[in-house]
Design a protein around this ligand. Sequence first.
Ligand code: SAH
Ligand code: F3S
Length: 462
Amino acid sequence: MKVIKSEIYKTSNKKNEEIKEHNDAPKLYIETYGCQMNVSDSEVVNSIMIDNGYALTDDVKAADVIFINTCAVRDNAEQRIRNRLQALNAMKKKRKGLIIGVLGCMAERLKEKLVQEEQMVDIVAGPDSYRTLPQLVKQVEIGQKAINVLLSRDETYAEISPVRKDANNVTAFVSITRGCDNMCAFCVVPFTRGRERSRNPESILREVREVISEGYKEVTLLGQNVDKYNWNEGEVNFAQLLKLTAELDPKVRVRFSTSYPQDFTDEVIKIMAYHDNICKYIHLPVQSGSNNMLEKMKRGYTREWYLNRINAIRKYIPDCAISTDMISGFCGETEDDHRDTLKLMEEVGYDFAYMFKYSERPNTFAARNFEDDISEETKKRRLSEVIALQQKLSLKSNEKDVGKVFEVLVEGFSKKSQDRLFGRNSQNKVIVFDKIDAKIGDYVNVIVKSCTSATLLGEIEK
Ligand code: SAH
Ligand code: F3S
């Protein structure tokens, strides 16, 4: 999943406008770290807090309550958040009554420790306890510390309509499952987000209809492993949910993340191939190209199985873009294992990848059973080789697109110039082009004129 940091706020949302008319409404500021699922969760929190009389603000200095929605997947994510909490704590010392809450995966992992030992925060709330946030704030207001890290087997926030940050009002995330049962040896997510559970399909489709009626043009269905989506013991599986979503409006694009190689079926590929509005892009994290490592990681598939899935994608959707996540330096990884990873990357020819050094996470299977025995230096060197190779592969993939015309959904202005826009094609590649008369939210046909390894550069076709 893409690692992003965004500050969640919403000023044009109707619900928020109504609240804002009462200027005395307490102000909530949320900062979100980590994966798209966290972005989606922050939107649920926005909704819960607005319903309880809060207004959202994008100005941390104006806030009465600050929530930091956290990520625990790697140690450096946690370190960054700790630094941020320290800075906020300094602010708290100067401003009496300011309430600071830690939400999400770090809250779940560290529980009472955050409040007791570090004394930095007032509220600690795990991913399944957001409905109780208004009560937790009240508890703090009467002088108590407030902690709720109970994980649930059935919480999906199904009926809550998330209040979205209106960065573009074009693309929306909709969560379809919560938690994960895979228990990959390196991963903390099953511990911080709890058991896998699927959200009621009617509530998913209702939310998608809602965002379409608000003018959104693209919906991304989210889950740690979307392929495990299963409503009512097989009544609706992921392929069927994808089909139902795509059929709501042929002009609205549908994406999904994340697929899991072992569970990724031909049925899903065929549905993708059949519906023009399902984007031709699959994020299928492999983690390693070595069978030894895959077994130790408890991924449940081999490189041969993975390549079979890639072949199936290529067979039904020849123009499909494929990306992956990679971990370098997992416990016991040899140079041969590392070379297997590089070979697999070449063989698949990934269009892009998210690449990480292994970071041991307390209490995971790997932490309990294996030694974190690859030196920092070796991890770094292997990761840099993986990154260098991916840059070559991405450039090669982008060069193949020069001269082609793509339908692009315009998402925003280019960082460098207000005269240029950016958007993505179905393959999830970012394309930058001169604005002419196009606007955010339009579909435009863009011919690719040149590229870098990260971006396609083009012109609107007249
Ligand atoms: N299935 C999830 C995965 C969440 S973690 C999803 O929806 O994307 C995202 C990525 O972080 C993983 O695919 C893996 O590549 C990486 N990751 C997870 N735990 C890690 C660890 N302990 N060290 C390094 N990278 C890790
Ligand atoms: Fe983590 Fe594996 Fe689930 S990477 S989120 S345990 S699929």
